[in-house]
Design a protein around this ligand. Structure first.
Ligand code: NAP
Ligand code: GLV
Length: 311
């Protein structure tokens, strides 16, 4: 079998490294664009593929992402509707995300940003303490990563709530919500909002003025989903009005964030460069091998997303 690596933003061969290529048992790995014929390409590994990339591979059966999200692959106009798209499910990635989110939740609870500002001014002043149980956290997305984040926040003592499309059995200490009424109910009790949704037509722009207005006043946003979930002007307005006290942003509609973008120097925004958590190359390799095995056996690869649903 031959597999093609396709990306306009990453050197996938360098990113995956020699170990990945060695482990890709009985699979010849080539890089897009190919010089010669491409009719024997049945598998691709892709991240931000160029628009016309898949036109060249008429017998392509599956495309593996190198992350949990697949939105950048689904957005490729040349991807045929019958091609399976596979995402990586990596418990170690969920654990890294959980630490990242907990860091920001606790930062808000314990007012770390104010203490950093006080330090710059050599100003000694205790601000008073709030208990974790008084800071309710609402999580948009109750999937592989949202569930881990909610579980760990509950262990730290935060009232954890999580929202999904379909009803879910919530582990002890977590309150589950679903659908539009569930979102309303959750937001009304949310001080810290964590976005862990996939980007789909339904979720695009969900972090907007109406959403922020329904949260508790002085709330905090932790945006670790996708940049297009956020209406940027609505965030700036919510910070300006005091509806939100601050925001931690890891993902942006245009990455890297443009020079002089207002987020860079905003005193109540923390910017990180889409680095909340990455999947390990080992996990990508395992997904890739399972996909190749399924194709050989004529089965649907594990972790194929639902193309109609978009995640
Ligand atoms: P997942 O397992 O597919 O979970 C997605 C969750 O979102 C599910 O609970 C799903 O509900 C819910 N959902 C989807 N559409 C919805 C809608 N319209 N209304 C309500 N709930 C909806 O995904 P995951 O592995 O947890 O990853 C989530 C996302 O995190 C990724 O797609 C990516 O965008 C982002 N991410 C970011 C980073 C980073 O470094 N910043 C790293 C990894 C992932 P159901 O359970 O009912 O289907
Ligand atoms: C990172 O953003 C991922 O989707 O894994």
């Amino acid at each position: 079998m031959r597999c093609v690596l396709v990306s306009k933003s990453l050197d996938l061969r360098g990113y995956l490294g020699p170990q990945f290529l060695r482990d890709a048992d009985r699979i010849e790995i080539v890089s897009h664009p190919l010089d010669g014929p491409a009719t024997d390409i049945r598998l691709a590994v892709a991240w931000h593929p160029p628009d016309d990339a898949f036109e060249r591979y008429p017998n392509l059966q599956a495309v593996c992402s190198i992350g949990a999200g697949v939105d950048n692959i689904l957005a490729c106009p040349s991807l045929r509707p019958d091609v399976d798209v596979i995402r990586v499910v990596d418990p170690a990635q969920a654990q890294m995300m959980s630490g990242f989110v907990a860091w920001h939740v606790i930062g808000h609870q314990r007012r770390f940003a104010t203490y950093q500002a006080q330090q710059r001014e050599e100003h000694w002043q205790r601000l008073g303490q709030r208990r974790a149980q008084d800071v309710a956290v609402g999580i948009l997305g109750f999937g592989e990563i949202g569930r881990r984040v909610a579980t760990d926040l509950a262990l730290l003592g935060f009232p954890a709530m999580a929202w999904s499309r379909t009803p879910k059995a919530a582990p002890q200490g977590i309150r589950g919500f679903n659908g539009a009424p569930g979102l309303d109910a959750m937001l009304g009790q949310t001080e810290v909002l964590v976005n862990l949704l996939p980007l789909t037509p339904e979720t695009r722009g969900i972090l907007n003025r109406a959403t922020f207005a329904r949260m508790c006043r002085g709330g905090y946003l932790i945006q670790v989903g996708r940049g297009e979930h956020l209406v940027e002007a609505d965030l700036l307005a919510a910070l300006e009005s005091g509806q939100l006290a601050g925001a931690a942003l890891d993902v942006f509609a245009n990455e890297p964030l443009a020079p002089r973008h207002p987020f860079w120097r905003h005193s109540r925004i923390v910017v990180t460069p889409h680095d909340a958590c990455e999947v390990s190359v080992d996990a990508i390799g395992a997904t890739f091998r399972a996909t190749a095995e399924a194709i050989r056996a004529g089965r649907r690869p594990p972790h194929s997303i639902d193309r109609a649903r978009g995640y």
